[in-house]
Design a binder for this molecule. Sequence first.
Ligand SMILES: Cc1cc2nc3c(=O)[nH]c(=O)nc-3n(C[C@H](O)[C@H](O)[C@H](O)COP(=O)(O)O)c2cc1C
Length: 443
Amino acid sequence: MARSFLRYPGENAILTEYIIFNVIVNYKLTGIYKNENFFVDNSCIHGVSERCPANVLVGPRKIRSREEDVVGVYTPLCDLLQIECPVVLAGMGMGISGADLAAAVSNAGGLGLLGCSRLTPDQIRELIRKTRQLTDKPFGVDILAPPLSGSPGQKEGLKRQIPRKYWDFVEKIKRDFNIPDFDHPDYALTEEFLRQQMEVVVSEKVPVFATGLGTPGWVREEIRAHGIKYISLVGKVKHAVRLKENSPDVIVAQGTEAGGHTGKIGGLALIPMVVDAVSPVPVLAAGAICDGRGLAAALALGAVGIWMGTAFLATHEAFHDAINLGWMTPGDRDFYQDTILKAAEDDAVVTRVKTGKTCRVYRSGLLKLWEESGLEPLPYQLQTIIMTHLETGLMKADKCDYVLHPGGQGAGMIHKLKSAGDLVRDIVHEAAQIIRDKLPVYI
Ligand SMILES: Cc1cc2nc3c(=O)[nH]c(=O)nc-3n(C[C@H](O)[C@H](O)[C@H](O)COP(=O)(O)O)c2cc1C
């Protein structure tokens, strides 16, 4: 019966559209429309175009016709964060998601997050102010905030905890690749450093703060005390339940498919379980979401939006500040983006070699050398020191194919670079078309 109403709409069409959009999908497709004629196109299903006029009332709104350009997707996340579509740019540290990228996403109606992990307080302030010059829309800051020890003054102390054989490995690589000694940015991840970073987030009155790898209590208190919205990531249901006790505004449920630090559970299993476990806290879906199909699927799983990293790496605005701040070179950016465009679904592997914690990266020469060395990765702070040293040197020696670039399984569906604004708009448009035109014919 439902199929026939879609082909020959009448009163049933009105009722069923109402159910689809308000009961099953439960989100609003918004848009401006000019007339009362609306169409359902079944061509993708039946191989022929069967366009049927229908006056469709969706709750208080009407769906605009396919001929009338783009529709939007609006969920409770949009009200919560004061944004126009439920697409969030994941924080990607060292300025990989910097001011240009965050502002472009916010200007397109999503939420841009500045990836400020490892940046000094002054650099974070500069990025925040630069973003404010580029957009008047909401944006946020993301900083990795795992439990840490030590102070910046103890950087040398941390280095001394690294056993000799690891430094021998570093020296061998430097010799083999003719890498001279070099200066590199401050990479000491200590609690005192994190406190200084947080001081900037608070004093600059950033509207949203996001973090992964757990959040120390004092960070949450700072955020709460200053009325900043708090987003945190989980990769397991039990972590989500624990996180809920900390009253986050939004929880990101991230499947193992994701780029960067990631867990073991696939998104299709994890996301609905987290949605159920933390209700009514809104959940964002993450991990290999790269297009409108991912957004539509995320909404179907009960999420209120998406959190995307890898897809935004393949945009013109990505990496600008990482390059400006000396963390990357233009050559490395080009190599990285090319890797993403060419990647197959199994090219990104999970390893502790990058940071000491499980992190998904694209296979590289250094990963192979490390595995051949038989060395066990060190704990987080120490492994990060070793790898930052090695990777900075390899980048300077133009050995980009040896660097461990974080990225997700979703890269297999990314085939060209685009602007971040176009990416957001394309995703929203595609998701709306799927929800409005493709899925209803199955009912
Ligand atoms: C290059 C890169 C850098 C990242 N840096 C951070 C970071 O600094 N802090 C953080 O919480 N997550 C970081 N992540 C994880 C992302 O925030 C996000 O959770 C992940 O990219 C989502 O999965 P996707 O890449 O499949 O979209 C990073 C991911 C990538 C790919």
